[in-house]
Design a protein around this ligand. Structure first.
Ligand SMILES: Nc1ncnc2c1ncn2[C@@H]1O[C@H](COP(=O)(O)OP(=O)(O)OP(=O)(O)O)[C@@H](O)[C@H]1O
Ligand SMILES: [Mg+2]
Length: 233
């Protein structure tokens, strides 16, 4: 497994990239049992519809370009694509908009991703390197709350599931995950497993300068990381 990941890293570096493409990062997440949505890379427009139908609507489309690291900022993410007509028009609009906003962007294609079910509670996971402690893992509430509340907790990686549970219990907004007004609690077992796996990945690869899973959607019986970002040293 580690060899496979090193291959992905080496390939990116050979191409002069200091970060991994989302699909490469997702591949690595999957190898660490961090759940990601079903995804297909579309390199030719003629494969768009057949791949979309294979995955099943609703879909999300994301730009794949070595020059684009923040996709949303440049029109590189389209959520809620409901049918093939929308799929075709999203593709045209996206390619045009990205090329307009990022001068000289090479478009390698687009990712089609199954849309995560609605109603997920949003959290974020992060991995970074502390000058004193080395690799650390971060967990916090996501979405609009993360910037306002700065409700996050940190641990030195790697951690196990029990330590991950303590980490989750540390945040002030824990009630949101336990459920308010009759809402069901999120799947804490899957969440803690995922945090532990994530921390192991961060620890295992000193090549990773920064890892982000933002957002991660939590459900009563599942967890799904819909965006994976890895920055290399
Ligand atoms: N598979 C998906 N299912 C549902 N929603 C999604 C999915 N993928 C992305 N989104 C939504 O679209 C937003 C932007 O997608 P994504 O995080 O991949 O792009 P980004 O450019 O990295 O954005 P940011 O820089 O804001 O993190 C996400 O925050 C999420 O709300
Ligand atoms: Mg994101």
């Amino acid at each position: 497994m580690k060899e496979k990941i090193r291959e992905i890293i080496d390939k990116a570096r050979e191409k002069g990239r200091s970060f991994l493409l989302e699909m490469e990062a997702e591949e690595i997440f999957k190898l660490y049992q961090i759940p990601v949505p079903e995804t297909m890379l579309i390199e030719k427009e003629e494969h768009l519809i057949s791949s979309g139908e294979k995955l099943g609507f609703p879909l999300v489309m994301k730009i794949v370009s070595p020059q684009v690291i923040h996709k949303t900022d440049v029109g590189g993410v389209k959520v809620g694509i409901k049918n093939k007509e929308e799929l075709v028009s999203a593709y045209k609009t996206m390619v045009e908009e990205v090329q307009e906003k990022v001068a000289g962007a090479e478009i390698k294609g687009v990712l089609l991703q199954k849309m995560a079910p609605p109603g997920g509670r949003e959290v974020v996971l992060g991995g970074l390197k502390d000058p004193t402690f080395g690799p650390v893992v971060m967990f916090g509430l996501g979405g609009i709350w993360v910037e306002v509340l700065k409700d996050v907790s940190f641990r030195v990686a790697p951690i196990n599931e029990i330590e991950a549970r303590e980490m989750v219990n540390d945040i002030k907004g824990k009630k949101i995950l336990e459920g308010v007004r009759g809402e069901k609690p999120v799947d804490f077992v899957a969440l803690c497993k995922t945090i532990a796996n994530f921390s192991r990945m961060v620890y295992d690869f000193p090549e990773f300068k920064e890892v982000d899973a933002n957002p991660v959607f939590l459900y009563p019986e599942a967890i799904l990381c819909v965006d994976a970002r890895i920055i290399l040293e």
